[in-house]
Design a protein around this ligand. Structure first.
Ligand code: UD1
Length: 435
């Protein structure tokens, strides 16, 4: 188990460069299978999910080099069709391999994926869209899926009942390599979907309507190798901003895309932070650390407030004066981090999909458990505001989405050490402290 030990109670001051987005790089790595020729990606974050994705690529025959923020991927002429079960289950994003393998080889043998436990996360829209394009799907025991397209995939007119990010990405990849034209209606417009579309266009795909809810895709049998810089991670940016907002301090973020942060910046301003954006790619925030409550707001699909940032913002508001409440409209179980907030002395309660936060003057360090990726990061933000020391157990959840959250926040003066071991009562057997 990975453990973060955090000494809280100080302000945060400094500058942070935001890395490339996890939610962009993962579908783009999978889409590389569609290309004939080498794909070079830059601004690739060094994450455990990226490593897991590289292992999947290798398991189907791709050559993969990951170093210094670059991924160089060379697909074979005849990729394999089957992804081994442990690799599939390691992360939900393994589902992104379904469409490229199916399009490239005519079949995909996969397992229903793992990932964060945010409530029911069905994949029906991915599957029904592929069926419309000619795929046959057989569900087997133990979550195995056998998907075939004996006659190849054909363009179709598909309407999504909800603008799912993942389903839009699956169907975009399938359509880019299908025969004929696909019209995808009700598509997601999250920046990461746009980034995937731009990557596919760079590889030669014919896509119009990028950034809108209706995509027209004319399929090509094979795409070319290409180079692509992954877009900045708006959730990592939100994490740093919320940490500084809650603790008090000043930060300059570089390599941002400020348009993607508009809703997060709006709530931070509402809570009393001073925010100034210079151009589109850097933003400065100053906070006295004595925030006011942000009232109520909802998460929603882009351009609304991002669900992934909801626990992070809640953590920033734990000591704000008054009551804040955030309702997550996307996932059922977004606020599993509330238990950890309570252990740190916060006054919070979850009612359905709404987290209520009653600001408290003081938080105190304690042992807490990261329930999921963003909930774990939210506990780090809370711990940085708490007096004394906090241990966040199960921090491997956090490493799925942050290169190294300790190193990310270290330039601001945050005191976080990473270690690996088994918690044993009050002590902890460390196996290799790295920071
Ligand atoms: C992606 C992001 C995740 C983010 C989420 C919403 C990645 C790797 N992950 O997840 O960080 O929180 O978008 O912005 O990009 N749904 C169905 N059937 C489907 C697919 C989805 O009912 O076939 C439902 C889900 O249960 C959920 C909602 O649609 O309630 C949104 O899911 P979706 O947009 O697909 O999120 P993910 O792609 O899983």
């Amino acid at each position: 188990m990975e453990i973060l030990t955090i000494s809280g109670g100080s302000g945060l001051f400094g500058e942070v460069r935001i890395p490339g987005a996890k939610n962009s790089v993962l579908p783009i790595m999978a889409a590389s299978v569609l290309c004939r020729g080498t794909v070079t990606l830059t601004d690739v974050p060094h994450l455990s999910d990226v490593e897991a994705s590289a292992r999947i690529l290798q398991s189907v025959g791709c050559k993969v080099l990951l170093e210094n923020g670059r991924a160089v991927i060379t697909p074979p002429e005849f990729p394999g069709s089957a992804v081994p079960e442990p690799l599939m289950r390691a992360m939900r994003s393994s589902l992104f391999y379904l469409a490229p393998l199916l399009a490239r080889t005519g079949r995909a043998d996969i397992y229903t994926p793992g990932g964060c436990r945010l409530g029911a996360r069905p994949i029906d829209m991915h599957l029904s869209g592929l069926e419309k394009m000619g795929a046959h799907i057989t569900e087997k025991d133990g979550g195995a899926l056998e998907v075939t397209a004996p006659d190849g995939l054909a363009g179709a007119d598909i309407c999504l009942r909800f603008p799912s990010v993942g389903a839009t990405e699956t169907l975009l990849m399938a359509a880019a390599a299908a025969r004929g034209e696909t019209v995808l209606r009700g598509a997601a417009v999250e920046p990461e979907v746009t980034d995937l579309a731009r990557f596919l266009q760079g590889a030669g795909a014919d896509i119009t309507g990028v950034g809108t809810r209706v995509l027209h895709i004319r399929g090509r049998e094979l795409l070319m190798g290409t180079q692509h810089a992954v877009c900045p991670d708006r959730i990592t940016a939100a994490t740093v901003l919320c940490a500084v907002a809650g603790c008090g301090g000043e930060v300059l973020l570089t390599n941002t895309c400020n348009a993607h942060l508009a809703e997060v910046l709006r709530i931070l301003r509402r809570a009393g932070c001073m925010v100034s954006a210079s151009g589109d790619s850097s933003v400065a925030l100053a906070s006295s650390g004595a925030l006011r409550a942000a009232g109520g707001w909802d998460t929603g699909v882009y351009p609304s407030f991002p669900t992934d940032a909801a626990p992070l913002m809640a953590a920033a508001l734990l000591r704000a004066q008054g009551e804040s409440r955030v309702t997550d409209t996307i996932f059922e179980n977004r606020f599993a981090c509330a238990e950890g907030f309570l252990r740190l002395g916060a006054s919070v309660n979850v009612c359905g999909r709404t987290l209520h936060v009653h600001g408290m003057d003081l938080l105190n360090g304690a042992d807490v458990e990261a329930p999921d990726l963003r909930g774990g990061a939210a506990l780090v933000i809370a711990a940085l505001q708490a007096q004394g020391s906090t241990r966040v157990m199960g921090a491997e959840h956090i490493s799925r989405g942050y290169e190294d959250i300790a190193a990310l926040l270290a330039p601001l003066g945050a005191r976080i050490t990473r270690s690996w071991g088994e918690p044993c009562g009050r002590g902890c057997r460390n196996a290799g402290t790295v920071l």
